[in-house]
Unconditional design. Structure first.
Length: 160
C-alpha cells in the first residue's frame, strides 16, 4: 500500500471572495510559481470545470510533465484539480474558500499524493517532494495574497 502524503496550508486575504477564487484559477499565476509551462488544454486564462492542463518543464534536472483535470468546481467556494497523467502515482489538490466574520477571505489548500516505486518512492516523497510542495504552496499563497490585495489583480481577471 502506497503512503498517502497530505499537505495543508492556508492564508487570509483582505480582498473579495470572487477575486480570490478567480485568481486561484489563473493559469498564468500557477505558471509563475510552478515554473512549468502549460502546453495543452487550457494554456491561458482561468480554468473551469472539466478543463485539462498539460504542464511541462524541468525539475530536479529531469524533464517533467503533469496533466491535471479540474474535476470539481463550485464557484466561489471550492475546486479540485487531479492528476490524470504524470510522475506521481496519484495527486489531488483541493482549493477551498470561505469568508470570515470580519470580511476577509480564508483560502485553504490540501494536497494529497502517493508515489510510485514502493519504499524508494516514499523516501523521495519524504525527503524531496513533500518539502518542495510545501514551499510551493507557501510561495503561491504569498503571491496570491499580494496580487489580490493590490491593483495587480486586474492583470489576471478579465473585466465583466
Amino acid at each position: 500500500m502506497a503512503h498517502l502524503f497530505v499537505l495543508r496550508d492556508e492564508v487570509v486575504v483582505r480582498a473579495p471572495l470572487e477575486r480570490c477564487f478567480l485568481l486561484s484559477t489563473s493559469v498564468e499565476i500557477v505558471e509563475c510559481e510552478l515554473r512549468m509551462h502549460p502546453r495543452q488544454g487550457r494554456t491561458s486564462g482561468l480554468v473551469q470545470h472539466g478543463d485539462t492542463v498539460l504542464w511541462k518543464g524541468w525539475k530536479y534536472g529531469l524533464p517533467q510533465f503533469h496533466q491535471s483535470l479540474i474535476e470539481a468546481f463550485r464557484p466561489y467556494s471550492f475546486f479540485r484539480d487531479r492528476m490524470i497523467a504524470g510522475r506521481f502515482r496519484s495527486f489531488e489538490h483541493d482549493h477551498a474558500f470561505d469568508v470570515l466574520p470580519d470580511g476577509r477571505v480564508r483560502m485553504q489548500d490540501q494536497v494529497r499524493f502517493t508515489m510510485p516505486w514502493g519504499l524508494l518512492g516514499q523516501f523521495v516523497g519524504v525527503l524531496l517532494l513533500a518539502p518542495d510542495i510545501r514551499r510551493l504552496m507557501r510561495r503561491r499563497f504569498s503571491l496570491l495574497k499580494r496580487i489580490a490585495e493590490t491593483e495587480e489583480w486586474r492583470k489576471f481577471i478579465p473585466e465583466p
